[in-house]
Ligand binder design. Structure first.
Ligand SMILES: Nc1ncnc2c1ncn2[C@@H]1O[C@H](COP(=O)(O)OP(=O)(O)O)[C@@H](O)[C@H]1O
Ligand SMILES: [Mg+2]
Length: 257
C-alpha cells in the first residue's frame, strides 16, 4: 500500500510557483515575436522593459524552485571540469552591459592557481549572477565591483569573491541575509520605502528584492560541499566570499564509476 504524503504549505507554494512558468513562457515568446515586428522607437523601448522584467521574474521563479529543491536535498549536481578563468571572463562579458548602464567599473582578478575544478557550472553561474546583481544594486554610482578568485587557505579549495564599494552590511544582518526571504536594512531599501515602491513589481533591474538570492547562493555553495560568507565594513563596501572545494569528481570520469 502506498501512503500518500500530506502536502505541506511549502509543497503547494512550490507547485503554484512551478505553474507560473507556463504562462510566463507564453508571454515571453509573444514578446519575442513582437520584437521581430516593425515598431516605433517608443514602443520598442516599452517592449524592452517588458521583456527585461519578464526575465527577472523568470530568474526569480527558477531560483525559488531550485532553492526549494536544494532545501529538500533533491538537487543532483551536474559536475563538469570548469576552467574558472575562462568561465569568469565569459561571465563578465555577459554582465558588462548592466555594469556600464549603471556606470560601475567591473574588474576581474583571477588569482587562484588551481587548474580546472569540478563544479556545477549552471548553479555556479546563477550564484554569481545573484551576487553581481546585488553588488550592482548597492555599488556607488561610478563605483567599482571586483569579481575574483584566490587559493583557499587550509583544505584544497578556491575562494570566489564579489566585492563592491556600497554601503556595506550591518553586523546584525550579516548572518540573517542568507536566510530565505530575509532582507537587510539599506539606504537603497529605505529609498524604495520612501518612494512607496517596496514590495511592488519591477522595483529595479538589479535584483529581485525578495530575499531569495543569498539563500539560493548559500544552498548552492553548501550543495558543492562549500560555504559562503560576507565581510563588510559599513560605509566602505561588502565582499561576498564563496569557498569551494577542489576535490569533487564528475560522474562519468571513470574514477569512481
Ligand atoms: N552587496 C550588498 N551590499 C549591501 N547589502 C547587501 C548586498 N547584497 C545583499 N545585501 C543585503 O542582503 C539582503 C538579502 O539579499 P538577497 O537574498 O539577494 O535578497 P534581495 O536582493 O532580493 O533583497 C538584501 O536585502 C540586502 O539587505
Ligand atoms: Mg538579491
Amino acid at each position: 500500500m502506498t501512503v500518500k504524503k500530506k502536502s505541506t504549505r511549502e509543497d503547494v507554494l512550490h507547485m503554484v510557483v512551478h505553474d507560473m512558468k507556463g504562462p510566463l513562457a507564453v508571454v515571453m515568446a509573444n514578446l519575442d515575436l513582437l520584437q521581430t515586428r516593425r515598431l516605433s522607437r517608443g514602443n520598442r523601448a516599452l517592449l524592452g522593459i517588458a521583456s527585461r522584467e519578464c526575465e527577472t521574474l523568470h530568474r526569480m521563479i527558477q531560483d525559488l524552485l531550485e532553492t526549494g529543491r536544494m532545501k529538500r536535498g533533491e538537487t543532483e549536481l551536474n559536475l563538469s571540469m570548469v576552467d574558472l578563468g575562462g568561465f569568469l571572463c565569459a561571465f563578465c562579458e555577459k554582465v558588462a552591459p548592466m555594469a556600464a548602464e549603471r556606470s560601475v567599473r567591473l574588474e576581474l582578478r583571477h588569482e587562484c592557481t588551481a587548474g580546472p575544478i569540478a563544479l556545477d557550472a549552471h548553479l555556479l553561474e546563477r550564484m554569481l549572477f545573484n551576487l553581481v546583481l546585488n553588488a550592482l544594486r548597492h555599488a556607488r554610482e561610478n563605483g567599482r565591483i571586483v569579481i575574483g578568485t584566490e587559493d583557499g587557505s587550509g583544505e584544497p579549495a578556491v575562494k570566489l569573491y564579489v566585492s563592491d564599494d556600497g554601503p556595506g552590511i550591518a553586523e546584525k544582518d550579516r548572518q540573517r541575509i542568507f536566510e530565505l526571504y530575509h532582507r537587510g536594512e539599506s539606504p537603497e531599501r529605505n529609498r524604495e520605502r520612501n518612494d512607496g515602491l517596496e514590495g511592488g513589481p519591477g522595483r529595479d533591474r538589479y535584483g529581485s528584492g525578495s530575499g531569495i538570492g543569498l539563500a539560493f547562493c548559500r544552498l548552492a555553495a553548501e550543495r558543492h560541499g562549500g560555504r559562503i560568507g560576507v565581510e563588510s565594513v559599513p560605509g566602505r563596501g561588502s565582499t561576498f566570499v564563496v569557498h569551494l572545494p577542489t576535490g569533487l569528481v564528475p560522474s562519468g570520469s571513470g574514477l569512481f564509476d
